[in-house]
Design a protein around this ligand. Structure first.
Ligand SMILES: [Zn+2]
Length: 71
């Protein structure tokens, strides 16, 4: 197994860019915010992989505000 450099990261998926990258949990919010700001003018396009987001919901995602819904 040599094709996964960082198995410990959290999969971040961006629909618009069609990219999926792994980001260390400690850098998760930053990386997503940075990507969205740099590439998407601040629009929340990139996000944690939906499947994982559910798994992480109780742990961190809530904390990061990634589950915010349009009110
Ligand atoms: Zn993107």
């Amino acid at each position: 197994m040599t094709d996964s450099e960082d198995d410990t990261g959290v999969p971040v998926h961006c629909d618009a860019c069609e990219t999926r990258t792994r980001v260390p949990l400690s850098d998760l919010a930053d990386a997503i915010e940075r990507h969205n700001e740099d590439v998407h003018d601040g629009e929340p396009v990139a996000e944690v992989d939906p499947v994982l987001k559910e798994q992480l919901a109780d742990l961190v995602v809530e904390d990061l505000g990634l589950l915010e819904e349009d009110a």
